[in-house]
Design a protein around this ligand. Structure first.
Ligand code: ASP
Ligand code: MG
Length: 406
């Protein structure tokens, strides 16, 4: 007997038949003697619709009321799934975030889970009742409904698994696991059996959309073993786990890309102390995330160019912030380029092997692809290139690191 948390995303509960299919899967686990908690998302498309309605009434709106609206999607699915389970003779009840309670901080729209009190739930689960829990939502210190940011039900599931000290957290989705790269672009992409928390965290943060980044952070911190698998096929998925559990480590596990990047270059900024602070300070105040940064050495000792990237959606605001800071900030001109993509090679193997970055640069060079910006971490190398080379770069790198399926 095990205690497990199962999580089903929006497409997995997209219509009534799919909800019945989910109920079948849950029943199977119950029938084999497991204690089960299920976390569900809203039916696919529902959250988008709810967000859109808020925006239509007022582009800038009270975040607490936004949470009140967007949290309703999950309330529908927990009720429907509980009814479906009861129809199959499985004891089940629904739990909204506030009923558990799942306590969060007060950052409405992007709240963090602080604590989950599972006492009542655990008693009922031990009694054979399935707990059907609304993902994405909790209750803030102000006693009002909060939500965790888009994709947040992954984080709800992992947090609940940690709080319940579950043996497993299975995340059912519309793909059957984590791939070496996007299979829609590289036909030879392979499904990974296992991947480390660290690699998954990098993959999630550079554009692979399988799991919400925060859920991976949470899993890593609490050592929750997370399996990503399909709710439509019966096959093992990808296990996200500790490095020690992986015997056959690959040098590079995955190649990710993100089109959500825009490049800004400030031409001829003064080469003197305090300049970077005066540029990135106002951007930080405007809550604009800066990712990659390069600054050249000035050849005349007086001025240099500074290039950095921001999210595509932030480009216009970033431009405005910088233009407004002119006066305190001197530069000749600002050049912006939204047609870029960030490609990242990820693998814990690069901690102990030399030459991995070199292979990336060589491979791109031999395809005639110019690298505009480079950034690295201990287990990741990212380059910014022209967006039109996305497919070419991914295919070439996938082959170069011997990731192609046989
Ligand atoms: N329903 C929410 C969203 O669409 C949360 C989730 O599905 O993870 O973002
Ligand atoms: Mg999701």
């Amino acid at each position: 007997m095990a205690r497990i948390v199962m999580k089903f995303g929006g497409t997995s509960v997209g219509d009534i038949d799919r909800i019945k299919n989910v109920a079948q899967r849950v029943k199977r686990e119950v029938d084999s003697g497991n204690e089960v908690a299920v976390v569900v998302s809203a039916m696919s498309g529902v959250t988008n619709q709810l967000v859109d309605w808020c925006k239509q009434i007022a582009p800038l709106h009270d975040a607490r009321e936004y949470d009140t609206v967007v949290a309703t999607g999950e309330q529908v699915t927990i009720g429907l799934l509980s009814i479906a389970l009861q129809e199959m003779g499985v004891s089940a009840r629904s739990w909204c975030g506030w009923q558990v309670p799942i306590r969060t901080d007060g950052v409405h729209g992007k709240a963090r889970i602080m604590a989950i009190d599972t006492d009542d739930m655990a008693v009922r689960m031990a009694d054979g009742q399935v707990a059907v829990v609304a993902g994405f939502q909790g209750i803030g210190p102000d006693n009002r409904i909060s939500t965790l940011g888009r994709g947040g039900s992954d984080t709800s599931a992992v947090a609940l698994a940690a709080a319940l000290q579950a043996d497993r957290c299975d995340i059912y989705t519309d793909v059957d696991g984590v791939y070496t790269t996007d299979p829609r672009i590289v036909a030879k992409a392979r499904k990974l059996d296992k991947i480390t928390y660290e690699e998954m965290l990098e993959l999630a943060s550079v554009g692979a959309k399988v799991l919400q980044t925060r859920s991976v952070e949470m899993a890593m911190k609490h050592r929750v073993r997370v399996q990503v698998l399909s709710s439509f096929v019966d096959a093992p998925g990808t296990l996200v786990c500790d490095e020690d559990e992986i015997v056959e480590k690959e040098l590079v596990s995955g190649i990710a890309y993100s089109r959500d990047e825009a490049k800004i270059t400030l031409v001829r900024v003064p080469d003197q102390p305090g300049v970077a602070a005066s540029i990135f300070g106002p951007l930080a105040e405007a809550a604009i995330n800066v990712d990659m940064i390069v600054q050249n050495v000035s050849d005349d000792g007086r001025s240099t160019d500074l290039t950095f990237t921001v999210g595509k959606a932030d480009l216009d605001r970033a431009r405005k912030v910088i233009e407004e800071a002119r006066g305190k900030l001197s530069f000749e001109r600002l050049a912006a380029d939204p047609n870029v993509v960030k490609v990242s090679v990820i693998g814990v193997g690069m901690r102990s092997h030399a030459g991995i970055a070199q292979k990336m640069f060589q491979t791109l060079a031999s395809e005639g692809i110019n690298i505009q910006v480079i950034s690295t971490s201990e287990i990741k190398i990212s380059v910014l290139i022209d967006e039109k080379y996305t497919e070419l770069a991914l295919r070439a790198l996938h082959a170069a690191y011997d990731l192609d399926a046989a």
